[in-house]
Write a protein that binds this ligand. Structure first.
Ligand SMILES: Nc1ncnc2c1ncn2[C@@H]1O[C@H](COP(=O)(O)OP(=O)(O)O)[C@@H](O)[C@H]1O
Ligand SMILES: [Mg+2]
Length: 416
């Protein structure tokens, strides 16, 4: 009788109820898992999509700025993200455009375009320059500097012979000295002489605002340079190779320097490295020791300035050209300035004359421009007249040049 009671279930019924509960629980678990997975995919897609917006904006910017390198590099990023997102059709179409070009004009698809970029800013961390063979450079170098550069090149050309007898000489050069004196130009000159591309590291984008990414950028840069025959040029090197004792930037910076040292050691086994700095005093001792050859690029001597001035005015109609006394006075007045400043002053003088439709650039024009530059353009006629008089310009010539009377000139010079 007990077994027929409506509230009592049989053993069989109990087992099947248990199984149903088990299945329901199992199905609920699957549903939960599927929901979570879909949520994850949606979040991932939203994230990808948002990061794709950056690429799209950059591609448009590149197009407007007529910068194919930018367009190429960001389109590659976009294609990669589209594939991750399963958007293969669009990715294929973009790849096709990239490979075949537009309207029969192929896209310049040099592998060198794929320079590494900073993950955060998407800026390229290196530029690659392919030296043009037959371009004559107008660099004025002292004999000793030219010898040092040739020595570095000879060491590279003879490296196989050194290796054969186990002579440990790596191909590294550190150039240091004040700005504008030719470090970057010399690195490019070496690339030209060796007929090799030069990868110029861009320290502004290499040093990521996320310090943790800096080491990664350094690694990517060295890997990139290691993957092709080239010279790696670390310009403005002090930005990264700061002394590890620098109290304010310990910790992460130490790690960055260590990563830099490791990369340099590994890289120098088979490659050529040039670094340049305006602040050699900031460089870490361990970094100094890495370089086989160190050359100081100082300010030009009077003799080199004269050569530079002669080169710069060689195509210009001027009364200075064939007058050694005048060229010598100009060079003397430029002493203490960098090549870059000298170039700027001489070129400014020439361009001002052209703008004023003068037939000839005269000695006075050069002196006046030098005086203005040295005084940050805060000059009075009186001061300029005194300077130019000291530099052998006669009172008559000064009167004609400044369009004032001889009496006024003499007044400015305090001559009665
Ligand atoms: N020895 C030189 N002869 C001629 N021009 C020079 C020389 N050194 C530098 N210049 C000019 O000065 C400018 C800056 O030179 P750069 O190589 O960038 O200097 P740095 O890298 O030392 O700051 C360039 O336009 C370059 O042509
Ligand atoms: Mg430089």
């Amino acid at each position: 009788m007990i077994f027929n009671h409506p509230n009592i279930i049989t053993y069989k019924q109990a087992v099947s109820l248990h199984n149903i509960t088990k299945y329901c629980f199992f199905i609920t678990q699957i549903c939960l898992f599927v929901t979570l997975f879909r949520m994850f995919v949606t979040v991932q897609r939203t994230y990808n999509r948002e990061t794709m917006y950056t690429e799209i904006v950059k591609i448009v910017e590149g197009g407007l700025l007529k910068d194919p390198k930018k367009v190429y590099s960001y389109t590659n990023h976009l294609i990669k993200k589209l594939r991750e997102d399963g958007e293969n059709r669009l990715a294929d179409r973009l790849t096709k455009v990239m490979n075949n070009g537009v309207g029969g004009v192929p896209v310049y698809k040099d592998e060198l375009f794929n320079t590494p970029v900073d993950n955060e800013t998407r800026l390229s961390i290196a530029d690659i320059v392919i030296p043009e063979k037959n371009i004559t450079n107008n660099l004025i170098l002292s004999e000793s500097l030219e010898n040092s550069i040739n020595e570095f090149i000879a060491k590279i050309n003879n490296k196989p012979k050194f290796d054969k007898i186990g002579l440990e000489i790596n191909s590294s050069l550190l150039l240091y000295g004040p700005p504008g004196c030719g470090k970057t130009s010399i690195a490019k000159l070496i690339a030209q002489k060796l007929d090799m591309p030069i990868v110029i590291a861009r320290f502004d984008s290499l040093i990521s605002s996320l310090l943790g990414s800096t080491s990664k950028n350094i690694r990517n840069l060295f890997e990139y340079a290691n993957s092709k025959p080239c010279i790696l040029f670390l310009d403005e090197f002090d930005a990264i190779a700061k002394n590890r004792k620098d109290q304010q930037e310990l910790g992460e910076l130490k790690r960055v320097i260590n990563s830099l040292l490791q990369n340099i050691d590994e890289f120098l086994k088979n490659n050529i490295l040039i670094a340049a700095t305006n602040h050699h005093e900031l460089l870490d001792d361990a970094i100094w020791r890495r370089f086989e050859q160190v050359i100081e690029i100082g300010q030009p001597s009077q003799h080199d300035i004269e050569k530079l001035v002669r080169t710069l005015i060689s195509k210009v109609d001027t009364d200075v050209k064939d007058d050694s006394k005048k060229t010598s006075i100009i060079s003397d007045s430029l002493l203490g300035l960098s090549n870059s400043e000298i170039k700027k002053i001489i070129n400014n003088t020439i361009s001002n004359s052209i703008i004023q439709n003068k037939d000839t650039v005269v000695f006075e024009d050069f002196l006046y421009e030098i005086f203005k530059y040295k005084n940050n353009h805060n000059v009075t006629t009186e001061n300029a007249i005194r300077f130019m008089y000291e530099k052998s310009i006669s009172q008559n010539a000064l009167s004609a040049y400044f369009n004032i009377s001889i009496r006024q000139v003499r007044n400015h010079l305090n001559i009665n």
